[in-house]
Design a protein around this ligand. Structure first.
Ligand SMILES: *[C@@H]1O[C@H](CO)[C@@H](O)[C@H](O)[C@H]1NC(C)=O
Ligand SMILES: *[C@@H]1O[C@H](CO)[C@@H](O)[C@H](O)[C@H]1NC(C)=O
Ligand SMILES: *[C@@H]1O[C@H](CO)[C@@H](O)[C@H](O)[C@H]1NC(C)=O
Ligand SMILES: [Ca+2]
Ligand SMILES: [Zn+2]
Length: 597
């Protein structure tokens, strides 16, 4: 191992000082979803439908039809309220369960037909202690058709279908017969069966149409996971933590983030990332089942307090997995030498998930990433920063985590997974530049391209850790290709490259717009999608130890390969504006573009 160390790229974040300011848009995206698509079993896509819920609240409460009667049960009161409120027959309503809490009583009912309950058409009623209705939510449906309540497909046949589709075994939990509302207005009768695969760590409830025999919906018991984190579109933690539920992209991580194919974990350890402090077994465990990782961070306490260590491990785990997932969509896959414990037979060498050591004791005021060849884990070390009191944690500044992980992408994809091809000062400098550019890419929340600053939270300085903000303005950032002549430190050289990429990004977004779904949909034509495709494509295209000139040429070629050269002049103009035009060489600027541009 040691003898190979000289080939590993261990890249530091490094800091410089500058004064400047920047502004970040805070994203506010939330959508009311009624569908959920999952990839299950051997790549089967199942779309589950959940009718939207109406919801009313009534302040001090309203009467239900049986209010005047003494000794009315919660069952009768609830059925009668739903009957009158939704104007449906009581035979279509069935009380399921209820309980009395400190400040309210709660009842849960289902829509029924021929005595068979609907799985996804339900309602909930809350009463205050004066027996008045204070809230009512309902996803009851008005079907256009309802299947016969007598199954024509046997339970045995339905089990066989579900086992085959979901790659697991019926677990003998009693099957039920339930109706299921579909989004076309029809209601199908289903056998509801639990299918488990212990070695794969999966556990589904399958809904098999009891007339057609098709698998029509699933409930996934396992993959529900929630993380209290700084969303990747945010750069620094003062922008606010959020609880994200199921942020994993199952196209990129088919078994989710907590499973390598030999059983699920309930810690910050999974197929793509292991996040720990000190020893690799010191991970963070779920705060509650299933897979909730809710550890509020306290900025006024030392980062080494238990709660803050947990917050750091969870955030690093989330960011590492998120980068794994979106970079996968753009081509950093198993066969392109990515970092996974299990490659699921898709090529490449496995057993090389990224290990992230948070609050690593080996240093302060920095971070680094080591990239051994495909088949050995990439290793990220995040240090504490000592510029403030209490100290700050690099694992809680997303641009730093993204910067580090991106070293793994560029080192793996340049030169075919050897980890040996960004070793020169110039290519190592570009390595720093790609990492800053990727951090910037993740943090855009609209088509505007403000100046971008790295590392401002950890050093508590709005100017961040680089010498200049990245900017389309030459007065804010004057760096050009020829600037490299007087630079010999990789981060300084990296700033020249990252600023060129900032200008390329701005030109692409200006020309083609911006996609809010770029991280999960690489098929768009928008500028940010095009940018990341060219970024990733060019890594594999460029030579070992590329120069600015050859890396530029790889982008131009990537554009030819993917877009038929549609962006040729846009790209040339962006690079030429910073001295990397047609005749650039030996760190002498050229502002020339090809004829016709
Ligand atoms: C469980 O899943 C694995 C793939 O992860 C598969 O090889 C195996 O056959 C499955 N087991 C059952 C019982 O279907
Ligand atoms: C960060 O810097 C600001 C402005 O210089 C200062 O008021 C504040 O106390 C600093 N915060 C910490 C935690 O050191
Ligand atoms: C992108 O396009 C590919 C190929 O046409 C398709 O398989 C995939 O589902 C698309 N992805 C998305 C997110 O639309
Ligand atoms: Ca690999
Ligand atoms: Zn770096």
């Amino acid at each position: 191992m040691v003898s190979f160390n000289k080939f590993f790229t261990s890249v530091l974040l490094a800091i410089a000082y500058a004064s400047a300011t920047s502004a970040f848009a805070v994203p506010a995206d939330s959508k009311h979803a009624t569908h959920r698509t999952r990839l299950v079993g051997r790549g089967l896509k199942v779309e589950a439908f959940h009718p939207s819920s109406s919801y009313e609240t009534f302040g001090t409460g309203i009467d239900h039809p049986l209010s005047k009667r003494a000794d009315t049960s919660i069952e009768d009161a609830s059925v009668s309220f739903v009957e009158s409120h939704l104007k449906i027959k009581s035979s279509a309503i069935k009380f399921r369960t209820g309980y009395t809490a400190e400040s309210a009583k709660h009842a849960y009912v289902s829509q029924v037909h021929d005595g068979i309950p609907f799985a996804n058409a339900v309602a909930n009623i809350a009463y205050n202690h004066d027996d008045k209705v204070v809230a009512f939510g309902s996803s009851f449906v008005k079907p256009t058709s309802i299947a016969s309540s007598t199954p024509s497909v046997s339970l045995e046949a339905a089990i066989a279908k579900a086992e085959e589709a979901l790659d697991g075994k019926f677990n003998s939990h009693p099957a039920t017969l339930e109706y299921l509302a579909k989004d076309d207005g029809s209601v199908v009768l289903t056998h509801v069966i639990q299918i488990q695969n212990e070695s794969a760590g999966t556990w589904y409830q399958a809904f098999v149409d009891a007339h057609s025999g098709e698998l029509v919906s699933i409930v996934d018991f396992v993959s529900q996971a929630s993380y209290l984190v700084l969303p990747i579109t945010k750069e620094i933690l003062t922008q606010g933590f959020e609880t994200l539920t199921d942020p994993q992209d199952l196209t990129a991580s088919s078994l989710g983030w907590h499973n390598s194919g030999s059983g699920a974990t309930t810690t910050t350890s999974g197929n793509n990332v292991l996040s720990y402090k000190g020893s690799t077994s010191s991970t963070t465990s779920q705060s509650s089942s299933p897979l909730n990782f809710i550890y509020p961070q306290s900025p006024s306490l030392s980062p080494t307090t238990t709660a803050n260590v947990n917050a750091a491990r969870v955030n690093a785990f989330y960011i590492g997995n998120t980068i794994h997932d979106f970079s996968y969509r753009y081509g950093f896959t198993e066969s392109a030498f990515n970092f996974q414990t299990n490659n699921f037979g898709k090529g490449g060498a496995q057993n090389d998930r990224v290990t992230i050591s948070v609050q690593d004791s080996a240093g302060t005021n920095n971070a680094d990433f080591s990239t051994p060849p495909d088949g050995q884990s990439g290793h990220m070390r995040m240090f504490l920063w000592t510029f403030t009191s209490p100290q700050r944690d690099g694992a809680l500044e997303n641009d730093i985590v993204v910067h580090e992980y991106t070293h793994g992408i560029t080192n793996r994809m340049t030169g075919g997974g050897s980890g040996r091809c960004l070793q020169t000062t110039e290519s190592g400098g570009m390595g720093e530049g790609w990492s800053d550019a990727m951090a910037e890419w993740t943090e855009h929340t609209s088509s505007s391209v403000p100046d971008y600053v790295m590392g401002q939270y950890v050093i508590n300085d709005s100017g961040g850790i680089r010498t200049h903000p990245y900017s389309t303005s030459t007065s804010v950032n004057p760096l050009r290709y020829s600037s490299i002549k007087t630079l010999n430190e990789v981060h300084n050289i990296g700033e020249v490259w990252a600023n060129m990429l900032h200008n390329v990004y701005a030109a692409l977004v200006s020309a083609h717009g911006w996609s809010a779904t770029a991280r999960t949909n690489p098929n768009g034509t928008e500028g940010n999608v095009v940018f990341l495709h060219l970024f990733i494509d060019a890594l594999a295209l460029q030579p070992c130890n590329p120069t600015f000139v050859s890396a530029r040429d790889a982008w131009i070629q990537a554009d030819v390969n993917r877009y038929g050269g549609a962006n040729k002049c846009l790209l040339w103009n962006a690079w030429a504006s910073r001295g990397l035009g047609v005749g650039a060489s030996g760190f002498t600027d050229s502002s020339a573009v090809p004829a016709g541009c």
